[in-house]
Write a new protein. Structure first.
Lengths: 107, 120
């Protein structure tokens, strides 16, 4: 089973700040890495697919990069509505796995 | 618009069984995998397993193999998650998700979640 480790677990940030969340895989997964946003009491929502591909309707301040074992989700110019928990997910090999999540708090 | 609509919240006693449903609409139900994801209170996401309704090919996470059964009725575009002999530790939100059939696909649509509470 592939283990995904996210960092940080928690971050408190101010609006307009740039945020970087990393996800490291225990073995190479190519680009089969996806990012989700989960706001309180909501279902998760797909943000970025295949490491760096954008999703229709997702604000352009969200971007992803990386391949192999190291991946990054970047949020440029953070907005208050971005307060949420962010998860990475690998689908390179079964069982799929998720990172433990990164909770973003807006100051 | 693609939708996954799950059955309503459940309150169960330990030892009882559970079957929750997920109905897909506005897409070809037999051409995508349907998966189940568990989220225990205050915790992260756990992948439980997936089924391909087109041929009922089913895969389970080792953590859930033998603990749950995933099935689908393609005639009514509905997938199911079944758990027998519930425990308090089964208390969680359960999400169904749609996954594409290509290699390494993501979960592009999520159901609204079904909250399961197991308590004596």
């Amino acid at each position: 089973e592939i283990v995904l480790t996210q960092s940080p677990d928690f971050q408190s940030v101010t609006p307009k700040e740039k945020v970087t969340i990393t996800c490291r895989a225990s073995q190479s997964i190519g680009s089969s890495l996806h990012w989700y946003q989960q706001k309180p009491d909501q279902s998760p929502k797909l943000l970025i697919k295949y490491a760096s591909q954008s999703i229709s309707g997702v604000p352009s301040r969200f971007s992803g990069s990386g391949s192999g074992t190291d991946f990054t989700l970047t949020i440029n110019s953070l907005e208050a509505e971005d307060a949420a928990t962010y998860y990475c997910h690998q689908s390179s090999s079964l069982p799929d796995t998720f990172g433990q999540g990164t909770k973003l708090e807006i100051k | 618009e693609v939708q996954l609509v799950q059955s309503g919240a459940e309150v169960k006693k330990p030892g009882e069984s559970l079957k929750i449903s997920c109905k897909g609409s506005e897409y070809s139900f037999t051409s995508y995998w349907i998966g189940w994801v568990r989220q225990m209170p205050g915790k992260g996401l756990e992948w439980m397993g997936i089924i391909y309704p087109g041929d009922s090919d089913t895969r389970y996470s080792p953590s859930f193999q033998g603990q749950v059964t995933i099935s689908a009725d393609k005639s009514i575009s509905t997938a199911y998650l079944h758990r027998s002999s519930l425990k308090a530790s089964d208390t969680a939100m359960y999400y169904c998700v749609r996954r594409g059939s290509s290699f390494g696909a993501n979960f592009d649509y999520w159901g609204q979640g079904t909250l399961v509470t197991v308590s004596s």
